[in-house]
Design a protein around this ligand. Structure first.
Ligand SMILES: *Cc1c(COP(=O)(O)O)cnc(C)c1O
Length: 220
């Protein structure tokens, strides 16, 4: 099936309030154009360099989502180019984003990435550290926290559901507070293999790569 057809099939099956992000890392420009032609506007990249190249080579009203680990020394390249940064995971990074966005008089929209499975190999902050990060964000002028993101440990349906449900309850709990610069609008969970479970658990943003574009080939 063609990329556009696959995109529309999925898009038609998910609730209208859900943002479907086409994860285009490793994909060619023509593949992104194919998805775009069928209506896709939200695209996700996990490397700054690759995002910059695609940003320069594509026109139109694409909303770029930065979904990978963001190194502080690369923040300066993405200012004003990214619709949403999904991977705020430290106060150090928060301060760099604030500084770089303030310098260009831009506002950064970000999600806090949580290491919900407490995996040593993964980025994201610990659940216990969320409030410190929020307190630091309340002091900022150029950052808005819009919600939460997580990538969960590989596992079975039951473990996926458990982690997604935990994320949803953290999200719902934060929603009950009023913090400056913070609104819980987006819960970014779910990838190709587990997005249906994520939607059942209450995600309203899903990030799909292989289920839209086919298997990734990192050697290309
Ligand atoms: C690659 C990636 C995805 C998409 O993964 P698929 O399995 O191809 O759907 C989603 N989120 C993040 C953070 C990713 O790096």
């Amino acid at each position: 099936m063609a990329i556009g057809e696959v995109y529309n099939n999925i898009k038609n099956k998910i609730p209208e309030n859900v943002t479907l992000i086409c994860v285009s890392k490793t994909r060619q420009i023509h593949e992104i154009k194919e998805a775009y032609a069928s209506g896709a506007r939200d695209f996700g990249e996990n490397k700054v360099q690759e995002l910059m190249e695609k940003y320069d080579n594509l026109s139109g009203d694409i909303r770029w989502h930065f979904i990978g680990h963001l190194q502080t020394n690369k923040v300066k390249y993405i200012v004003g180019k990214v619709h949403l940064i999904h991977s705020l995971d430290s106060i150090h990074l928060l301060k760099e984003i604030e500084k770089r966005y303030a310098a260009k008089d831009e506002i950064a929209n970000v999600l806090i990435q949580i290491n919900i499975g407490k995996e040593a190999t993964k980025t994201g902050i610990a659940v216990e550290d969320i409030s410190l990060l929020i307190e630091a964000c309340e002091e900022c002028n150029n950052i808005k926290i819009k919600g939460l993101m997580a990538t969960i440990p590989i596992g079975n349906e039951e473990s996926c559901r458990k982690y997604f449900t935990e994320m949803k309850s953290i999200f719902d709990n934060l929603k009950t507070f009023e913090y400056k610069n913070v609104s819980m609008e987006f819960l970014s969970l779910g990838m190709s293999k587990d997005y249906k479970i994520a939607l059942e658990a209450g995600a309203n943003m899903i990030r799909l790569g292989e289920s839209i574009f086919g298997n990734r080939d990192y050697k290309k």
